[in-house]
Design a protein around this ligand. Sequence first.
Ligand code: SF4
Length: 62
Amino acid sequence: MKAHVDKDTCVGCGLCPSICPDVFEMQDDGKAGEIKESVPESAADTAKEAEDSCPVNAIEVE
Ligand code: SF4
């Protein structure tokens, strides 16, 4: 399973790292990014939750 943040779409709300800090972080550009593209099994559920919760649908987890 891989995670990707579309930085052009992200509005930097900070929600995804708070839901799934193993995969997402806020970066120097004020946008979210992936800590690792490959989602660890242990974080699969929260990564999916972050994808569903992003207010601008900037996250793809598949
Ligand atoms: S939840 Fe969406 S808009 Fe908010 S920081 Fe994460 S990717 Fe950006």
